[in-house]
Write a protein that binds this ligand. Structure first.
Ligand code: SF4
Length: 363
């Protein structure tokens, strides 16, 4: 099969579902790391096709959800700088910081612009030479190359008013962190878009050292079901390997040009993940060579952040220890219209996805 439409064929999905049922002899708990997979699973009703022995849990693979409150507060601090324009992707606008969201700060007069790419932020800097444009670089390895490209372009253009607050995060080391915390998961459905950049190779330690099979999956229903079948086959046969289901988008080695660009512009550092805490080697900061484009020196030296609201269980949800529906606030005080935690904000947040599709089901 070559075309995306083929991976949406109902007969194909049902055939794979029956093969999963044939092969599955024991209970297996599988984590879909990525929020896009969670959306696919719900949008296409895949859980209803799986045997009861397969338990799917969501992981921390929504970049908005894992952005710490202190990082949101740092973005909000940039909004208060005289003449600043803060450029960010739309999903960030409603994430609660300690006191406000970006939407609220914009209503109070801050100049916050929604951009669709890092190059939109470059254009903003070109159009506003007398003002500083702070671009919020957010996302996993998928979006880091475009931020790196923007930094390289800003250097080419001599665009000194373009600054980046890098909140990019790296995925394989945080999966390792979850396993070190004794995360009760038997195998991982791994993100196809991240692995289109990094390849499948960085997942090897997860499969080898922690004996957790990994299958890199695309996002169509046929992709996700095939990945589950591949995981079930590995688990039932006692294997623990890295396999690629998403062969039309991912190679073992990854996109070497994109990887070189990330390496050229960023250093790897510690990052703070909402609900997980500080994790070594999971963040990207601009290398010293690109310090003139770094937003960090414009931040106050100390920003006081409030703890998460009482009762919010986003941390447990992001670590796969709790289903969103098990949070006492789910649908009772926390909804996409009035989110308490970040997992209810993003369109790929697991709480938002469970809420949306639970509503559809019960209507
Ligand atoms: S339902 Fe709301 S408060 Fe509970 S974990 Fe999800 S986002 Fe956090």
């Amino acid at each position: 099969m070559r075309f995306t439409e083929d991976f949406r064929r109902r007969d194909l999905v049902e055939t794979i579902a029956s093969r999963i049922a044939e092969r599955c002899k024991r209970q297996w708990r599988l984590m879909e790391f990525c929020g896009t997979h969670t959306v696919s699973i719900f949008r296409y009703g895949l859980k209803s096709l799986l045997p009861e022995a397969i338990h799917l849990v969501s992981g921390p693979g929504c970049p908005v959800c894992v952005t710490s409150k202190s990082d949101i507060d740092r973005i909000l601090a940039l909004c208060s700088l005289p003449g600043a324009i803060v450029a960010t992707y739309g999903d960030m606008m409603k994430v609660p910081g300690s006191h406000f969201t970006l939407t609220e700060r914009r209503a109070q007069g801050a100049d916050v612009r929604i951009v669709y790419s890092s190059y939109d932020a470059i254009q903003l800097a070109l159009d506003n030479p007398d003002r500083r444009v702070f671009f919020v670089g957010i996302g996993f390895e998928t979006t880091a190359p475009s931020t790196a490209a923007a930094v390289l372009r800003a250097r080419e253009l001599g665009l000194g008013n373009f600054k980046v607050l890098s909140l990019h995060k790296l995925t394989p080391p945080v999966i390792v962190e979850l396993l070190e915390e004794d995360c009760a998961v038997d195998g991982f459905i791994c993100p196809g878009h991240v692995c289109s950049i990094i390849g499948a190779k960085p997942l090897e330690p997860i499969a080898r050292r922690y004996s957790k099979p990994c299958v890199v999956a695309g996002f169509e229903p046929g992709d996700v079901m095939q990945a589950i079948l591949m995981l079930v086959c590995q688990l039932e046969e006692g294997r623990s390997e890295v396999e690629i289901e998403y062969l039309r988008g991912v190679t073992y080695e990854g996109n070497t040009n994109a990887l070189k660009m990330i390496e050229r512009v960023f250093d790897v550092t510690e990052a703070e993940w909402r609900g997980i805490g500080k994790v070594d080697n999971t963040g990207l900061v601009l290398r010293q060579e690109f310090a003139e484009f770094d937003a960090s020196p414009f931040l106050p030296t100390h920003i006081e952040s409030k703890p998460d609201p009482a009762g919010c269980r986003c941390g447990d949800v992001l670590r796969g220890q709790l289903l969103p529906t098990e949070c006492p606030l789910f649908g009772k005080g926390c909804s996409p219209e009035s989110p308490v935690g970040p997992c209810m904000v993003s369109s790929e947040g697991s709480c938002a996805t469970y809420f949306l599709y639970a509503s559809v089901k019960h209507d």
